[in-house]
Design a protein around this ligand. Structure first.
Ligand SMILES: [Zn+2]
Length: 266
């Protein structure tokens, strides 16, 4: 149980746009502010300034959680414009002030995320790093341990250590249907951007699988860019997926990417 202090950004601020939001995702950040005293309270003051352009929903330190926005309003934290990250995700900043206990702040964030998943019906698969939306190296201190961070969310509120199969602890309410349940006939062999472009049902299945784990070939385009052609945008989706799954991020689809994708789809 961590204390949550509601200290909202004034409605007159431009970083409180007030667009209605039904949160479908939770986006995790690190403040990248290592100054002493850069705790949750100091970030609450920062986002309340009328000159501040960015905003998010919660800042977590080792002692307390500040809430800056109501959950049915969007913030500007994901770096994807009016994309899903900004418009449909709850932004959480985890403090890394030099005089704080980072690991305790991480634990508190895991606890908060677990509560939000249950309250909002958000599945663990929709808890994503900032990097997922914009490619930014954020949360910089958690990207190299993202899987164990998520495992810790799954077991938050219990005394058990994270187990090898944490995904069992899905929320009771699931408002978002999980497209990952579908099976995809992923192609074998190697696919890369060629001239003319490689096309066909295999590429389409790959694009659909990428979209199901939220690496859309071209979000905003017709059918999210799922068109059966392996062009630069599909290669970019593959690249983003590879970089988040410990693979060489070259945008070339092959057996390793296939295996990681099959795992992610489970
Ligand atoms: Zn971030």
């Amino acid at each position: 149980m961590v204390k949550i202090i509601k200290d909202y950004i004034p409605k007159s601020n431009k970083n409180r746009p007030g667009n209605y939001m039904k949160p479908l995702y939770i986006t995790v950040h690190n403040t990248a502010n290592t100054k002493e005293g850069a705790d949750a309270a100091s970030h609450a003051n920062f986002v309340k300034r009328s000159s501040t352009a960015v905003s998010w929903h919660y800042t977590v330190d080792e002692n307390v959680i500040y809430q800056h926005l109501p959950l049915n309003e969007n913030g500007w934290h994901a770096g994807d414009g009016r994309g899903t990250g900004n418009m449909k995700s709850i932004g959480i900043e985890i403090c890394e002030n030099a005089d704080g206990n980072f690991e305790k702040a991480v634990e508190n964030a895991q606890w908060l995320i677990r509560q939000l998943m249950t309250d909002q019906g958000i599945p663990l698969s929709n808890v994503v790093p900032h990097k997922h939306w914009s490619g930014k190296e954020c949360p910089r201190r958690l990207l190299n341990r993202w899987d164990s961070f998520k495992a810790g969310i799954a077991v938050a509120n219990t005394n058990k250590k994270p187990s090898a199969k944490p995904t069992k602890a899905t929320p009771t309410k699931t408002a978002v249907s999980n497209p990952a349940k579908k099976s995809f006939n992923l192609p074998s062999g190697i696919i890369k951007v060629t001239k003319p472009l490689t096309k066909g049902a295999g590429v389409k299945a790959l694009q659909e699988a990428l979209a199901a784990v939220y690496y859309y070939p071209d979000k905003g385009a017709k059918n999210n860019g799922i068109d059966g052609y392996y062009g630069p945008k599909t290669a970019n989706a593959v690249k983003r997926f590879q970089s988040m799954h410990g693979l060489v991020a070259d945008g070339i689809y092959g057996p390793k990417t296939k295996a990681a994708l099959q795992k992610a789809l489970k």
